[in-house]
Design a protein around this ligand. Structure first.
Ligand SMILES: [Zn+2]
Ligand SMILES: [Zn+2]
Length: 105
């Protein structure tokens, strides 16, 4: 499976004790492949995404050019991808076209 946003390969990751397929850009796939009580899980996943989107909208805006549409402003935040064993990853999201990418550091 590939990310519909940036085209990278999705990797399994754990969000609040649930295994999901996610992408480095922050995209998290619906766990539609799992056959276990999926309606309930679907609800949880969409809630998770809503919260994520809300959080993104209040991130500070920085002078970082969008590689896609060249808009000079983007939201900035950093996130721990895995518990403890990796440094924080920096993320940017275009204020105009909502394209997301990772920082170089
Ligand atoms: Zn992606
Ligand atoms: Zn853009």
């Amino acid at each position: 499976m590939f990310c519909p946003k940036c085209g990278s390969m999705l990797r399994p990751k754990v969000v609040r004790d649930k295994k999901v397929l996610g992408c480095n850009c922050g995209y998290v796939a619906d766990s539609a492949q799992s056959t276990v009580t999926f309606t309930q899980k679907r609800d949880d996943v969409s809630k998770e995404v809503e919260i994520l989107e809300k959080e993104i909208s209040v991130h500070p805006i920085v002078d970082e050019e969008c590689p896609k549409c060249k808009n000079p402003k983007s939201y900035f935040w950093s996130q721990q991808m895995r518990a403890g064993d990796e440094p924080e990853t920096q993320f940017f999201k275009c204020t105009k076209c909502s394209h997301q990418w990772r920082g170089s550091k």
